[in-house]
Design a protein around this ligand. Structure first.
Ligand SMILES: O=C(O)CCC(=O)C(=O)O
Ligand SMILES: [Fe+2]
Length: 348
């Protein structure tokens, strides 16, 4: 249950006054990894999608439908647990990485006052391990959380393999000499990846009070390299198009959606677009989504790849920074802020 204190509703419900109806449907490009297209065509399609919306759908991904159904059911069961149980599970997840934002959260996104009609579980992911989510020892407060974590581990292993394939296709499509240039960043043992499970409860009472669409997750770009999202059949995700208008993403529980993140925009010298997106809640059914955010190691020095700078007439659009530096900067800002502008170089 997401419970709102007085004053908080105004912040979450504000956009409803601005926009009552969901925006038109987005034309989301599809990339079939199932061998339907030749590899070069798939690589070209990935690059075109990343240059366009910075967002695309992956079909033919090979992740078993049964696993997706189990993740969905286990996530729903987790969020049905009583608040103290969810918080206890969170405490254990947080204990695995002291000082991290990991664990269970409700309506507070980040630590700069952003609110949303959402509750979530945030977990750190070990890059190369067979069981990539942290265990929390024998003192697990909740056996059901333990089995949820096991299912998520299976999920992470399957999605990671698919994501590496997408990153290889990207490198091929960009004509990079080093085909593993992007995979290397997210598969290093110190790579900083995160799994987030979001639950957006329906809001019957608020609807009765005349509130339309609520902000589930306010507009933002994802800071990492890429994010791979899978949701149940409930709508709510919206992306911002290049002209600044918003478009709704039709849910598709059989497929994955890929977002270009801020770091990939930098690595490609601005050729790929880190897509601004948000979740608006208006459905009578809950939305459950699972997002794998793939990031580089904290010490990794990030800068536009030389080949792409050369292709861009030699102009380097971003200065070099480490992932640690970028994350620190992101933690200090509100969700909706443009964080990349602090790392842009001066135009000549
Ligand atoms: O829950 C969703 O569908 C998307 C949420 C999101 O954009 C995020 O967690 O970064
Ligand atoms: Fe996001």
């Amino acid at each position: 249950m997401v419970v709102l204190a007085k004053g908080e509703l105004e912040q979450i419900a504000l956009p409803a006054a601005v926009q009552k109806a969901a925006p038109p449907l987005a034309d989301v490009p599809e990339v079939d990894l199932g061998g339907g297209a030749c590899r070069a065509d798939a690589a070209r399609a990935v690059v075109a999608a990343c240059e366009g919306h910075g967002f695309f759908k992956v079909t033919g991904h090979g992740v078993p439908a049964g696993l997706l159904a189990r993740v969905e059911a286990a996530a729903a069961a987790f969020f049905e647990m009583a608040q103290p149980e969810k918080e206890a599970a969170a405490a254990a997840a947080a204990a695995a990485a002291p000082g991290s934002p990991f664990g269970y959260g409700s309506k507070r996104i980040g630590c700069n006052g952003d609110l949303g009609w959402v509750e979530y579980l945030l977990l750190g992911v070990a890059a190369a391990a067979a069981a990539p989510l942290p265990a929390h020892g024998e003192a697990s407060p909740s056996p059901s959380y333990g089995s949820f974590r096991d299912i998520l581990n299976e999920y992470v292993v399957a999605v990671r393999a698919m994501m590496w394939e997408v990153l290889k296709l990207m490198a091929e499509g960009l004509g990079l000499k080093e085909k593993d240039a992007l995979v290397r960043l997210v598969s290093h043992e110190e790579s900083d990846s995160v799994l987030r499970v979001n639950h957006y409860p329906p809001h019957h009472e608020l609807k009765q009070q005349g509130h339309g669409r609520l902000t589930g997750f306010g507009e933002h770009t994802d800071p990492q390299i890429i994010s791979v999202l899978r949701s149940n059949d409930t709508s709510g995700l919206e992306i911002s198009l290049r002209d600044g208008s918003w478009a709704s993403v039709s849910p598709d529980r059989k497929s994955f959606f890929v977002n270009v993140g801020d770091v990939l925009q930098v690595l490609t010298n601005g050729r790929f677009r880190s897509v601004r997106h948000r979740v608006m809640v208006s459905s009578p059914r809950p939305r459950v989504s699972v997002i794998f955010f793939a990031g580089p190691p904290p010490r990794e020095r990030l800068a536009p790849l030389p080949w792409l700078v050369a292709e861009d007439g030699g102009r380097r659009r971003y200065r070099e920074f480490t992932w640690r530096e970028y994350k620190a900067s992101a933690y200090r800002t509100k969700l909706a802020e443009n964080r990349l502008c602090h790392f842009e170089t001066e135009a000549d």
